[in-house]
Every structure is written in C-alpha cells, then in structure tokens.
Design a protein around this ligand. Structure first.
Ligand code: ADP
Ligand code: MG
Length: 413
C-alpha cells in the first residue's frame, strides 16, 4: 500500500516526498481515507505509530488556502505543538498553506503578528490560544477541521475545560478528528459529547512498537540507583539514553551525579523554561548530550529518533506512563531497549505494568555490581493476563475477549 493509493492529492504527495516516508503506517492507512471523505474520526494507536501525519496529510486536502484559519490542531504541550508544526511544514511543501504555532512560555508578539498576517492552519496549546482569544486576536469562525491530538493526555492534564471553550469558538459544521494513544472512559465520554457519528479507527495491537522493545528489570535498592546507572553507562554501549525519574528534583539530582562522573547529560522537566527544554532536546538530538533526564510530564514531547535505551530510574505512577516512556525508543520501526530499576517500594507498580503488558518482565543483575540489601521478584510470579478493553464503553468496537460494561480496567490514576 502506497500513499498514492490513499487518495491524497498530488500537491499533498509532494509533501509526503519531502517527509521521506515511503509507505503509510497502519493508522495512516486506516484513518486517511475516512478523513478525506469528511467523516469525524477517532484514531487510537500507540505512541510512535505516526498519528501526526495521519491527520496532517488528509487535513491539507480538506482546507483551502484562504489566509483564514481552516484547520485548528489542539495539543497538550509546547513540544508536541512544535513537533506537529515541523511535520506540517514539510507536509505543506506542495500546498503552500500557512501555519502558526501558538504556545505559552514565549512572547506573544511574534505569534500575534503571524496570526494578523493570515494563516490557514493553527497548531496550539489550549492556554495560550485562549489568552490570545481573550485579547480579541483570534477568529475561529472559519475552522473546517478541528484536531484534538493526544486527547487522553489533555484530559489527564486537566485541560478539558479550556478545550471545551475552544471547541465552542469553532463552527458547528466543522469536521472533528480526535487522536489518542489510549481510549479511557473519559476519552470516550468526550468522543460522544463532541464528535458526530465518528468512525473509530484502531490499529491492530500487533503493530505496536512495544513488541520491538527489549524490556528488562534490574532489582536494586533505592540508595544504589545512581551507582547502578553510572555503572551501566560506564560499561555498556548505551549511545542515546533517555532516563526517566519520578520527580523533577530527582531528574536534577541524576543530572548532577552524571555531570560529576563526566557523562554529558541534560535535564528536561516541567520546572525548566521553554528555552531550556528546547536546548536540552536539541543537545540530545545532535548527540552533544549522551543522556537526557526527563519526567513524565514532558515524555510525550520527546520525539527523538534513534534513542537506544530508555532507563526507568524510577517506575512511573501508571502502566500507561510506562508504555509511553518506553515508546520513546524503537521509533519508526527501529528496535530499542528499556531497562527498569526496581526498588522494593515499586513492586506493586511492576505488577500493574505486567498485567497491562500481559507478560512477565525479565529480571536481571548487572554482573560484578556489588548489590546491597534488596528484594528480588519471584521469577515464577503470576501475571494477570485478562485482556484489557481498548474501548470500554460498550458502544463501540472492542478488541476480542474484552469485558463489556463501563468499568475501566486500566491502570489506577
Ligand atoms: P505518534 O503521534 O503516533 O506518537 P508520530 O506522528 O510522532 O507518532 O510519529 C512517530 C515517528 O514516526 C516520527 O519520527 C515520524 O516522522 C515517523 N513516521 C510517521 N509516519 C511514518 C511513515 N509513514 N514512514 C516512516 N516514518 C514515519
Ligand atoms: Mg502524536
């Protein structure tokens, strides 16, 4: 299957060529024709499966080049907005649509000037977009396509009231596209209240990147995590390493430990300014920093190819976050490795992760490392493998074997 066969116009295919994609990913294959046909679409596919192009490309064939806002993309973080913009810049090479990117943490003036000059596509985070609207500088009355990207994350981050306000500023006749890595009851509620007879597109679980990721668990006591990390970085050929910690303070701490050991790293978390985050990300992309130390808040913003290893220095709070974290490696068909440091107090979360993955993760020791007192999981431990509903409302399609009913069996929040 080629991009040509999806029904995209020649001018959009010019953009595809400049993006360097040779064939569409499953979510692109399934979503693009429905979007071109004008339907509301809900797209659910794991992180790293190409959802951005799945909406950006057909969207370009749905809007004219008028200099008024024809498409509005709302996304939770600045990093995501910037990444979508990068994709859209390439995609519009043959169409000439003009794009404005709107997010907080930077000056208003350049964004306002851009809007005043006239744009066809706006890519925005909710807060700044509403600020600009409050200044009387936003006209969404010509929006034909509204995209809610990473809807699950926007709900998790408490952005829904803002998003609802934005929706109310768009015409009722618009086409709605909603993309999400997960389909929780909350997301489904939004789908039902906002979209009009949506086509649900869900890619097969077999296509998920998680399967290409080698996952290992290193049991260690909490006090020895830093030492273990330094040992690993010393010994193994870990090239581009993304380390996740539970809090921003711990991220800063790990960064300092690495600096002391002569490992080039940069911290990236919600406590850093936009400029600092961008610099950290660019340094990591270019290879100047071997390690990027991050928290979950910014996890989705990290779209860096060729991350060789994700290290969970701390376990995340939820199994979903685990999947998102490790999805940062093995992007676009590559393979990758995920290593999880497991302290005694994190056992319960490991059980939850294994339940969601439906498999037991392999526990290993680092040879020659002098372990202090620690607890090692039973290698025969049982994993609850009850299939987990992707759509849990009972109104839409289910993955085989899942339970019906409104009860959500996803990770605890
Ligand atoms: P998602 O939004 O599903 O997490 P992205 O849209 O960020 O995923 O895409 C993940 C990566 O895959 C990006 O680096 C992107 O450039 C790449 N990608 C997307 N579609 C294709 C394709 N058809 N062929 C090759 N690479 C692709
Ligand atoms: Mg995305």
């Amino acid at each position: 299957m080629t991009f040509e066969e999806l029904g995209l116009s020649p001018r959009v295919l010019t953009g595809v060529r400049s993006m360097g994609y040779s064939e569409p990913t499953p979510i692109q294959r399934e979503a693009v024709p429905h979007i071109l046909a004008g339907s509301d679409v809900v797209g659910c596919a794991q992180t790293g499966t190409g959802k951005t192009a799945a909406f950006v490309l057909p969207m370009l064939d749905r809007i004219e080049k008028t200099g008024t806002i024809g498409a509005l993309i709302v996304t939770p973080t600045r990093e995501l907005a910037q990444q979508i913009a990068d994709t859209a810049m390439k995609a519009t090479r043959g169409t000439g649509h003009r794009i404005a990117v709107i997010y907080g943490g930077v000056g208003y003036e350049p964004q306002l000037q851009k809007l005043r000059k006239g744009v066809d596509i706006v890519i925005a985070t909710p807060g700044r977009l509403l600020d600009i609207n409050a200044r009387g500088e936003l006209d969404l009355s010509s929006v034909k396509v509204l995209v809610l990207d990473e809807a699950d994350r926007m709900l998790d981050m408490g952005f829904w009231p803002d998003v609802r306000k934005i929706i109310s500023l768009c015409p009722d006749s618009r086409q709605n596209l909603l993309f999400s890595a997960t389909m929780s009851t909350e997301v489904l509620r939004v789908v039902r209240s906002t979209l009009h007879e949506p086509v649900m597109v869900e890619t097969s679980p077999a296509a998920t990147p998680v399967e290409r990721i080698e996952q290992r668990v290193y049991p260690v006591n909490a006090q020895q995590k830093a030492e273990l990390l330094v040992t690993l970085l010393d010994r193994e050929s870990l090239d581009k390493v993304l380390v996740f910690t539970r809090t921003k303070h711990r991220a800063d701490h790990v960064h300092k430990v690495l600096a002391r050991e002569g490992v080039s790293s940069a911290p990236i978390h919600g406590g850093r300014t936009q400029a600092q985050r961008q610099k950290a990300l660019e340094g990591f992309k270019s290879g100047r920093h071997r390690v990027l130390v991050a928290t979950d808040v910014v996890s989705r913003g990290i779209d860096v190819d060729e991350i060789s290893h994700v290290i969970n220095y701390d376990l995340p709070n939820t199994a979903e976050d685990y999947v998102h974290r490790i999805g940062r490696t093995a992007r676009a068909g590559a393979s990758g490795s995920a290593i999880t440091f497991l302290a005694a107090e994190e056992y319960e979360t490991l059980a939850e992760i294994e339940r969601v993955l439906g498999e037991r993760l392999v526990c290993e020791d680092v040879e020659g490392f002098s372990y202090g007192h620690r607890i090692v999981p039973n290698p025969e431990r049982k994993v609850d493998t009850t299939p987990r509903p992707v759509f849990s409302s009972g109104v839409m399609s289910h993955r085989g074997g899942s339970r019906r009913g409104g009860q959500r069996r996803g990770p605890r929040r």
